[in-house]
Design a protein around this ligand. Structure first.
Ligand code: 13P
Ligand code: SF4
Length: 321
């Protein structure tokens, strides 16, 4: 049950591909942006590794001609919304997100129509269609700040992540109407197994991403975005952590803290599965990264009217955070 992970180390073929990718990147004036949930070799070859907010900012400010986004579809799409003159490619078009999938635009428009006096805050893990129906976007690192920036009597719809929404309702003591979406990865953590792990490691500190279920967040001593979790471990004098988020983050966490023990939070049901690994993020491989840079495909293309509508709530987020 106990798994100590340092995400995928580089193989010989990864090293070869990394060299080719670095060369091609220079020739094409491309930048590689990668999320912390990517496999280690992809993080190592990237120009910038970050959380959703940091990656959005980098995508907006880059002067590269091509943005290669090693993450999931909504992240590449957000890069295109923010910086439309750039060619944005992603390693695998099928790299989606259960949160984005949980919120179809037609259903959400009907839901929104039932609450006409509510302002809509949507977590960035959603499609451009949902962003276009949104007033302000947020990420896990600025959600609290965005909600707090609104007057206490402002009615709010929060979508699509019900766990992050519930966490904010509790933390900020403020009602919000929540869309019922979850991240399949963060939903899989098992509280009984986590508590058993604590019994075995009484000196371990539980830290969690806010997409985790409320009973997991209740036992966490720190809750934050991927960047927040990394900073917390780096700045802590404690030596052992149980990390309730996608284990790709341990690559950077262990690199920054070689002396600390990092344990992945155990998941329920099937002992043999890697259920805490995001199946979408993990569709990306070094080979696909190389191929998409070489072929400049698959490319994120967007309808301009939709892009402009989706940009507005992202801009509001960037102004507020
Ligand atoms: P962060 O913005 O915290 O990196 O989260 C992105 C994500 O998809 C978490 O599942
Ligand atoms: Fe979506 Fe969850 Fe994967 Fe993040 S970890 S991309 S929220 S499915």
């Amino acid at each position: 049950m106990e798994i100590k992970t340092i995400s995928n180390t580089q193989t010989a073929s990864d090293a070869e591909l990394a060299e080719k990718i670095t060369q091609l990147k220079k020739e094409k004036n491309a930048v590689i942006l990668a999320h912390y949930y990517q496999v280690g070799p992809i993080q190592d070859v990237a120009d910038f590794v970050g959380d959703s907010l940091g990656l959005s900012r980098k995508a907006e400010e880059t002067d590269a001609d091509i943005i290669v986004f090693a993450g999931v579809h909504f992240m590449g799409e957000t890069a295109k919304i923010l910086n439309p003159s750039k060619k944005v490619v992603i390693p695998d078009m099928a790299a989606g997100c259960s949160l984005a999938d949980s919120c179809p635009a037609d259903d959400f428009a009907a839901f929104k129509a039932k609450h006409p006096d509510h302002l809509v805050i949507s977590y960035i893990n959603c499609t451009a269609d949902i962003k276009a129906l949104t007033d302000i976007i947020c990420t896990s690192s600025n959600a609290r700040q965005i909600v707090e920036s609104l007057p206490k009597d402002q009615k709010i719809i929060f979508a699509p992540d019900k766990n992050l929404g519930q966490y904010l309702v509790k933390e900020l003591d403020r009602e919000m109407v929540l869309w019922d979406g979850v991240c399949i990865v963060h939903e899989s953590f098992d509280i009984d197994k986590i508590l058993k792990l604590v019994e075995k490691h009484p000196d371990a500190h539980i830290i969690a991403h806010p997409e985790s279920a409320p009973h997991i967040l209740d036992v966490a001593e720190y809750v934050g975005s991927t960047t927040g979790l990394l900073n917390y471990v780096k700045n802590s004098s404690d030596k052992k952590f149980i990390v309730a988020t996608e284990p790709g983050i341990l690559h950077e966490m262990q690199r920054e803290n070689p002396d600390k023990v990092l344990l992945t939070a155990p998941v329920g049901d099937d002992e043999s599965c890697n259920c805490s690994e995001c199946p979408y993020m993990k569709l990306n491989t070094m080979q696909k990264l190389y191929d998409c840079l070489k072929n400049e495909s698959p490319e994120i293309l967007m309808d301009e009217e939709l892009r402009v509508k989706a940009l507005k709530p992202i801009r509001r987020m960037l102004e507020l955070s």
